[in-house]
Design a protein around this ligand. Sequence first.
Ligand code: SRM
Ligand code: SF4
Length: 577
Amino acid sequence: MSEAKVSPVETIKLESNYLRGTIAQELLDGNDGFSKASVQLLKHHGTYQQDNRDARSAARKAGESGKMHSFMVRTKVPGGKLTSRQLLAELDLCDELGDATLRLTSRQAIQLHGVLKGNLRQAIHRINQVQLTTLAACGDVSRNVMGCPAPYKRPMYQQVQALVEALAGHFTPRTPAYHELWIQDADTGKRQLAGGGTAAAEEAVEPIYGKVYLPRKFKMAVGFAWDNCVDLYTHDLGFLAVVRDGTITGYNVLAGGGQGTTPSNKSTFPALAKRLAFVTPEQAVAIAEAVVKVQRDFGNRADRKLARMKYLIHNWGLDAFKRKVEEYYGAALPAPEPDDVTGCHDHLGWDEQGDGKCFYGLNVENGRVLDNDRIQLKSALREICRRFDPGIRVTSYQSLLLTDLDPAVKGELEEILRRHRVRLSEDTSTVRRWSMACVALPTCGLAITDSERALPEILDQLEIELATLGLSREAFTVRMTGCPNGCVRPYNCDLGLVGKAVGRYTLLLGGRLTGDRPNFIFQNMVPAAQIVPTLVPLLIYFRQERLAGESFGDFCHRKGKDDLLARTEQAQAESES
Ligand code: SRM
Ligand code: SF4
């Protein structure tokens, strides 16, 4: 790596002494925010400096200037698995130190928003007190590892969760900086390990990452062919379980997925992962390490927009990439088994676990857990956790599974939800169950327009149209983002809505539930109010000409953009005549 050519973030990491920088001093400086360098380093500790953009606009209107900083704090939850006690602790934290809401993320993690700098240490400290961590929830490292959250008691489900946890543990940064800053007593926080200058000293501190960590974020997931609920093809590294006679014999390794794109930069693109190799369960972690190290050593450190592993694979070609992984691993890898994704489940509603217990999948609209005058989801969850002490799983659709429940409590649990005006999954429309929106405004600094605040209303309209057309039971994925970064994976779903300008969206069609096909841009700059009217002629067309069992995404893919556009224009002309 040539020092002259690296991006400024690389220099910040290099000079940080393993992610310390000046965070400790700045925590005490009395300002409401951190320096630019610390803001970059803090991401590796699981927190983003943000400012509420509604509050910023209001302040500007009132003639005040400057941002009011607060922090998003992301807790890593491998496979989305946590306990009632841990969820209750996060709920308490959001009330005491945050904006009184929790956000379940599209990667099965949990976020606090609105934490003030003066409370940051306490928030992260308390998260660790309940055996959770924010370390590497963000930053240029392996992020939260996703895994199918279904709590079935069949051995293969436990095997998947075990691999998720093994990967999460193996790739957790080793730097003592996290412990020094957030966990140990402030008084005893004097111990600072020297960074060391040699490769051996570097290895002693960070055996996998070294001093400069990875060129960019890195994402992994483990899932099943019949249930690709973790969206394996969108990951830097995906492990698809190969199952024979109810046992996982190994994994097909998928490499080089990623959703982010910058439309103004033609070298960037969303990519689906490519099928790389087959590995045995025993090899999986070592192969992951080889892949991560290849990306560490050869990923682009000059241009962060081109630094994800998908660009390395694109530039080298899959064969050359595979040869390098084999070199790092020390052995040749066989081709993948024929197994590939065939289905996807949202795991919502009641289901049996296989051990006499059952679980309830609760749809949480856009992952936002809150109490207001319409819904008291926070209170309902508190009561459920205290009364039944269920296991908790966060799904990759920003929803929750309440697990290990005695079937006898079904009625009581539903009564609690109803009493708090929480809509049961069974009473939630299919289209809403399969939808997701990213956070976007007001907290996301990269948002161009609304997403979480815009989607519910669009779905209200869409539900009416689908019901009128007799299509209410159609399962198709609707995913909306407030900018092209792709935080709820909008580039492989049936209907993607990507923020392009204030109140305007790019409409993408033709992906599918299994997540293994990219969608295509159908129209750009569609005003929010025109999204459903634009879709209606296509839904009518779908109803008229679909093949037996064909999904909306498959139909759009088969017809193609030009044919669909012609249909929309025809409908428009008819309505104007
Ligand atoms: Fe994301 C950046 C929220 C999943 C691609 N994402 C951000 C930031 C941190 C904005 C920033 O950099 O300042 C957003 C914080 C908003 C806020 O106020 O909370 C943000 N991303 C989210 C979450 C919370 C969306 C949600 O509503 O659920 C998800 C948290 C996941 C987690 O728990 O770790 C989230 N982000 C994703 C995903 C989906 C996934 O990983 O399965 C993607 C697409 C997959 C991928 O990585 O390619 C994603 N986020 C991005 C990108 C584009 C990366 C790229 O390669 O170009 C950015 C921008 C960046 O990194 O520069 C970004
Ligand atoms: Fe923010 Fe864009 Fe991600 Fe939405 S997609 S959370 S607007 S970065």
